[in-house]
Design a protein around this ligand. Structure first.
Ligand code: MN
Length: 275
C-alpha cells in the first residue's frame, strides 16, 4: 500500500494535513505515534513506521495498559511519515476536527518480517514512547470480534472484516491498571488539550496551509462547532470529576501552569477551610 488511498480521501488545497511522499530512508529508528483525533467520533490513531509510510490503526477507546483489555483497532490507510508529527486543526473534509499528538517515540518489531506478520494478522512489537512502553500485539480478528462471521470463504483482505484488529498489551513492567488515556490526556508536543490546540495562533507546522478562517460555513462548519463544543465538554467533565482540587490549574494554559510556584491552589483552599 502506498499513499493512494490517503491522497484520494483528501483535498490538499483545503486541509493543513501534509500531502506526503513515500519516504525511502531505511537506516533510521522506526517512528511511532498515537494521535488523539476529535473528529465525528473521538478516537486514537496508532501509527507505526514501516517501509517509508505510517501503518495506521484507529482505536476508538484508545490503548489500554491492562493485558486483560482488548481494544478494537481498525486498520486504516497508510499515512505519510511527516503526518506523525502533525498536531492541529483539520478544517474540513475527511477527518475534519482536531488532531493532538498524544504520544510518540520509537517502535521495534518482535518479528523478522513485518510484512509477513501483517499478512498473517499477528504483529508483536515493543513501544518506547512517553506514555506507551513495553510489549504489545496487534491481532487481526477477521470478524470474530463483532461475532459476525461472514460466509465461509470471504475473510481475506478486501472483505469488510479484514480491517478489524485488536490492540493488546502484553504483561510486563509497563502493563498495569492505570487508565493511561484518562491519566495523561494531553499532547506530548504542545502539552495542551484540544482547546489549546484550537486556540494556538501559530501552530508549529503547516501554518502556511492553514486557511484564514478555520471555522467554515455549511455542514463542516456546523460539525466543527460541535467538535469545539465537545472539546470544551470533555474538559469540563474532567474538571468536575477532579472536584475543586487542581481545577483552577487545569483551566490554565500549560505554560502558565508551569510558571506557577508553590503548592497547588486546591491544597491552599483546603487548608483555609479546615482552619
Ligand atoms: Mn483519525
Amino acid at each position: 500500500m502506498a499513499l493512494e488511498e490517503y491522497k484520494r480521501k483528501r483535498d490538499f488545497k483545503k486541509t493543513p494535513e501534509p500531502a506526503g511522499e513515500v519516504a525511502s530512508r531505511k537506516d533510521r529508528e522506526r517512528f511511532f505515534c498515537v494521535q488523539k483525533h476529535l473528529a465525528s467520533h473521538l478516537h486514537y490513531d496508532l501509527r507505526l513506521e514501516h517501509d517509508g509510510v505510517l501503518l495506521s490503526w484507529a482505536v476508538p477507546k484508545g490503548p489500554s495498559l491492562d493485558p486483560t483489555i482488548k481494544r478494537l483497532a481498525m486498520h486504516v490507510e497508510d499515512h505519510p511519515l511527516e503526518y506523525g508529527e502533525f498536531e492541529g486543526v483539520i478544517p474540513e473534509g475527511y477527518g475534519a476536527g482536531i488532531v493532538m499528538l498524544w504520544d510518540r517515540g520509537t517502535w521495534t518489531p518482535q518479528v523478522e518480517d513485518v510484512g509477513a506478520a501483517l499478512k498473517k494478522g499477528d504483529l508483536k512489537f515493543t513501544l518506547n514512547g512517553y506514555k506507551l512502553k513495553g510489549s504489545w500485539v496487534l491481532v487481526r480478528t477477521s470478524g470474530r470480534y463483532a461475532g459476525a462471521r461472514r460466509g465461509s470463504g470471504d475473510r481475506g483482505p478486501g472483505s469488510g472484516d479484514a480491517r478489524s484488529w485488536l490492540l493488546i498489551k502484553h504483561r510486563d513492567d509497563w502493563s498495569g491498571e492505570l487508565d493511561i488515556a484518562e491519566f495523561a490526556p494531553k499532547s506530548v508536543k504542545s502539552e495542551g488539550d484540544f482547546e489549546d490546540i484550537l486556540a494556538e495562533d501559530t501552530p508549529a507546522i503547516w501554518v502556511t496551509n492553514k486557511p484564514a478562517r478555520p471555522v467554515v460555513g455549511g455542514e463542516t462548519g456546523a460539525m466543527l462547532a460541535k467538535i469545539i463544543e465537545r472539546a470544551a465538554k470533555l474538559k469540563t467533565d474532567r474538571v468536575t470529576a477532579k472536584g475543586t482540587k487542581g481545577a483552577k490549574a487545569e483551566r490554565q494554559s500549560p505554560r502558565r501552569r508551569a510558571a506557577v510556584s508553590g503548592p497547588p491552589e486546591g491544597s491552599r483552599r483546603l487548608r483555609k477551610t479546615t482552619r
